[in-house]
Design a protein around this ligand. Structure first.
Ligand code: PGA
Length: 249
């Protein structure tokens, strides 16, 4: 029995339509055939309710949240709204959101805290830029970003971390298993330092150009507890082999 179940999360980003929800059928079928793996899809906000109605055992999530409960925040969506729409887990601090909204670690921490307070699983994303890696600062930078972005653990809601090197997102370039291993190990140590025993139960996902060809080698790395998958989650044909790789790891 593994300490942590594998988790494979599809992040559809600003892609998808009602027609794309047809992909959920075969994805749910693959999830049922892989009982040791948790599978989630995060479609755009507009599709959450429809996706939740036909989730068939996969978790439906969201890609971002506002940290406030309610108020004059035009265009934003709160944790309570996402929960009511049918989301069970939510990404906070994706590098595309951090860059676009100039989000600080403090904002990401507040978002994650709001999610946990509403009983939603929170996926906190961290990752270094290409410059930080070239300078050899990647581990120090990511651990600092992580510690700045982590909420207090509260209640039963689950905190998840996703390590996504920015240079690997949507580029077709992936961290090597050795690079991922170095970072996931550092993240695990930071989580244990921060949360003690509870830190060893937090799942750490790898994200950045995960696909059918590289998933198995990444999921075999110690402390890689699954993946956060963008482009290769848009169709069942590409996503199902990633679920199967997680089941075999
Ligand atoms: P990618 O995206 O798999 O398309 O690189 C991953 C992510 O941004 O979560």
């Amino acid at each position: 029995m593994h300490l942590r179940r594998k988790l494979v999360v599809g992040n559809w980003k600003m892609n998808g339509s009602r027609a794309a929800l047809a992909e959920l059928g075969p994805i749910a079928e693959a999830a049922r055939a892989a009982p040791g793996v948790d599978v989630a899809i995060c479609p755009p906000f507009t599709l959450i309710t429809l996706a939740a109605a036909r989730a068939g055992g996969i978790l439906i999530g969201a890609q971002d949240v506002h940290e406030a409960e309610s108020g004059a925040y035009t265009g934003a969506v709160s944790a309570a709204m996402l929960k009511e729409a049918g989301a069970r887990l939510v990404i906070a601090g994706h590098s595309e959101c951090r860059a676009r909204g100039r989000e600080t670690d403090e904002t990401v921490r507040a978002k994650a805290a709001a999610l946990l307070a509403h009983g939603l699983k929170a996926i906190v994303c961290v990752g270094e830029s290409e410059e930080e890696r070239s300078a050899g600062d990647h581990v120090v930078r990511v651990v600092a970003q992580l510690l700045g972005s982590l909420p207090e653990l509260s209640g039963e809601a689950e905190l998840i971390v996703a390590y996504e090197p920015i240079w690997a997102i949507g580029t077709g370039r992936t961290a090597t298993p050795a690079d991922a291993g170095e970072m996931h190990n550092a993240i695990r140590k930071a989580l244990s330092g921060r949360f003690g025993d509870a830190g060893s139960r937090i799942r750490i996902l790898y994200g950045g150009s995960v696909n059918a060809g590289n998933a198995a080698s990444l999921f075999a790395v110690p402390d890689v507890d699954g993946g956060l998958v963008g482009g290769a989650s848009l169709t069942a044909a590409q996503f199902v082999p990633i679920i199967e790789a997680a089941a075999l790891s």
